[in-house]
Write a protein that binds this ligand. Sequence first.
Ligand code: CA
Length: 226
Amino acid sequence: MEKLQKIRGALIDMDGVLYDSMPGHTLAWKRMMDSLGVECDRDEFYLYEGMTGAATIDLLFKRAFGHECEPDKIKELYAIKSQNFKSLGPAKPMPGADRMLSLLAEAGFVRVLVTGSGQASLLDALQRDYPGVFGKGGMVTAHDVTHGKPDPEPYLKGAALAGLEPSECMVVENAPLGVRAGKAAGCFTVAVTTGPIAREAFEREGADMIFESMEAFADFLQEELK
Ligand code: CA
């Protein structure tokens, strides 16, 4: 228990952590941007994961057209991206995530969901696939924050919801910008590399521990929390 001695809460990201949903998100982004004639690579969207939809759209608009996107147009484009994602069908729960959540509960950790997503379809799925884990008071979503990751705000709010200091919380992330947000908030930050991004990217962001899969992280918890 040495590493987790001070930890009493887990702040858990959703896409790429609880759900194997990132391939669908990157495809949905790529299709929307292709329809505008914006050149982009599907895998680059893994690097923007955690940012708000608006920030992602602005970043690609500046690169392609030299200016940000109009706010009304951003809403329209993000709705198209969300529709593209929905059309791919429900995302599958990440193998090992259920075991991770159970082990955290058995160890008495407070569990809070911290996601940049505000999509109703995914939040509904959460109640179906992980029933009773995150109540109304146990979630920080896109609707609750002004700044998306990599700003520390989502994880600071998560710690406050848990009723704990950030230093008493463990962040579980799959995205480099999410790891940056967790570290900036002052949390013990675990990276689980469930996508194509190399381990080095997470080392650069200062991840405290890195696991190659959710199963591997659950195995660690099983051993550590005995
Ligand atoms: Ca994520």
